[in-house]
Design a protein. Structure first.
Length: 287
């Protein structure tokens, strides 16, 4: 085996399981599932000894990551990203539509982050890591953690629903001016609040509606599934759609337009917005 990265654990206020702490501390191993696999393969050592996912980290340990000699070196994906906010702890970037946030693909936002963001000077600095996901065809704001403590804190804010996300979408067919959708997804509670900002008549779709969405839960494909459930699927959606009402070639008209939360370290209120893409304003030019 070959040593590829070493991490010195700073002083910690309380103990934390290795599988939780190690998320994001290595440049080539950013995910929790990746950490678990590496531990099981005995590629992660703590103070020179093999370990398990159940081990607790108390502070001052040396965590080493190894790789088999035959492994292919990690490559970074070159993509210039628009950065809307950045400090030593976190960043908010704009994710274009048509690209994955993370996953097995090489061409992901995750792989483009290190060369777009400034390296944190904090003692628990880690490889920049997306805190949440946006679907492949969705554009908009993406929150990124740059230190281990920040990643943990932001995940807790999401769990407590203390990060407010606002989306905009263009839907088809006539719909109520506002509403609250409360349909389960995968047998789990899912809630979405929406408001129609403007509607225009469409020969093909009946109506096109510019709507604002505030998800109260974070289920997979929640907004897309909820809007189809009330009979108003998102324009350009090829997965959740009405028969014969698919728009080809323009992509999905869903945009993550706003993030609002309290900064976990500075306690500053962060409110970042991103204007609607041009394909939206071509239909609704006043926005």
């Amino acid at each position: 085996m070959q040593l590829i990265e070493t991490h010195i654990v700073p002083k910690l206020e309380k103990s934390i399981r290795l599988q939780e702490y190690a998320v994001g501390i290595f440049k080539i191993l950013p995910t929790k599932s990746g950490i678990k696999k590496a531990i099981k393969k005995e590629l992660i050592l703590v103070d020179g000894k093999t370990t398990s996912t159940a081990q607790f980290i108390n502070g001052r340990e040396t965590i080493e990551l190894f790789q088999p000699k035959e492994s292919v070196p990690f490559k970074r994906f070159k993509l210039e990203l628009e950065i809307l906010f950045e400090d030593d702890f976190l960043a908010i970037i704009y994710k274009p539509s048509g690209i994955l946030v993370s996953g097995n693909s090489f061409a992901t936002i995750d792989n483009a982050l290190p060369q777009n963001l400034q390296k944190s000077t904090q003692t628990d600095a880690v490889r920049p890591r997306p805190i949440h996901r946006l679907d492949y065809p969705t554009s908009g704001l993406l929150l990124v953690g740059k230190t281990n403590s920040t990643i943990i804190s932001l995940n807790k804010l999401f769990e407590k629903k203390e990060i407010q996300k606002t989306y905009h979408a263009i839907t088809i067919c006539e719909m109520n001016s506002f509403g609250f959708i409360n349909f389960t997804i995968d047998d789990k509670n899912a809630q979405t609040e929406y408001e129609v900002l403007k509607s225009v008549i469409s020969k093909r779709f009946g109506y096109l509606n510019l709507i604002q969405l505030k998800p109260k839960t974070g289920r997979k494909h929640q907004l897309r599934k909820h809007l189809l459930a009330i009979g108003n699927p998102i324009l350009g959606d090829k997965e959740y759609y009405k028969e014969n009402l698919i728009l080809n070639g323009k992509g999905l008209y869903l945009h993550a337009s706003s993030l609002e939360f309290i900064h976990p370290h500075t306690t500053e209120k962060i409110t970042i917005t991103k204007e609607l893409p041009k394909k939206f304003t071509k239909i609704f030019p006043e926005f």
